[in-house]
Design a protein around this ligand. Structure first.
Ligand code: G3P
Length: 217
């Protein structure tokens, strides 16, 4: 499973990249606004920090605008993936990007039928928003399972990128449901390492080791 960070915080990204467990990054207009930096600058920096895919989202709503913006974003670095909203125009643009060899991440997906259309349009990634569905009393993880089944039924290459992740349990459930990737807020990524029994067990191991008076080196 590919694990991406959902962030534009390059300081945090630099730290977590040292784990060797970060496979890519996703951003969105809200995260770009939060960075307080010019989009091209922060995307270029992120692309230099990770080898894997870095999603950068268009702001235009019309096809020609999406294509112009997407081509400009793709030119920032080879690992830029152009993010487009799951709208009729977004999927028309996705099809053209596929023809041009530009990787795409179709975002704001909330139904299996939307995901089916994105795969038919040649999307590289589809981003179903689990947390936001849960926030509205729906079952976000059920959507991941439905998309997995549909994509496997027809052999679609589009990769499922579980998004709007809120907890480590979301990551586990997405992996069990067969998602290809998950994009995770940094705080949730950090929480993946943690378990109270690990801390307790390590404390006991260290206490018992200290009693031996030994040194391994
Ligand atoms: O960036 C895409 C997605 O992960 C954002 O989800 O619900 O945390 O804004 P959310």
């Amino acid at each position: 499973m590919q694990l991406f960070l959902d962030t534009t915080d390059t300081a945090v990204l630099k730290d977590l990249v040292t784990t060797g467990l970060v496979d890519g990054v996703t951003t969105n207009p809200t995260l770009i606004a939060k960075s307080g930096r010019p989009m091209a600058e922060v995307i270029a920096e992120i692309c230099g920090l990770v080898e894997g895919p870095v999603s950068a989202e268009v702001a235009a709503m019309d096809v020609e605008g999406m294509l112009a913006e997407g081509r400009k974003l793709a030119a920032i670095a080879p690992n830029v993936v152009v993010k487009v909203p799951l709208t009729r125009n977004g999927l028309i643009a996705t099809r053209e990007f596929a023809v041009e060899g530009i990787q795409t991440n179709v975002t704001l997906c909330f139904s299996a039928s939307q995901a089916l259309l994105a795969a038919k349009a040649g999307a590289s990634y589809i981003s179903p928003f689990i947390g936001r569905l849960d926030d509205h009393g729906a079952d976000g993880m059920e959507l991941i399972s439905e998309i997995r089944a549909i994509y496997d039924n027809y052999g679609y290459d589009t990769e499922i990128l579980a998004a709007s992740i809120r907890t480590p349990a979301h990551v586990t459930a997405a992996a069990l449901a067969g998602s290809d990737c998950a994009t995770i807020p940094p705080a949730t990524f950090e929480a993946l390492f943690k378990h109270p029994l690990t801390d307790k067990g390590l404390e006991q191991f260290m206490a018992d080791w200290a009693k031996t008076g030994q040194s391994i080196l």
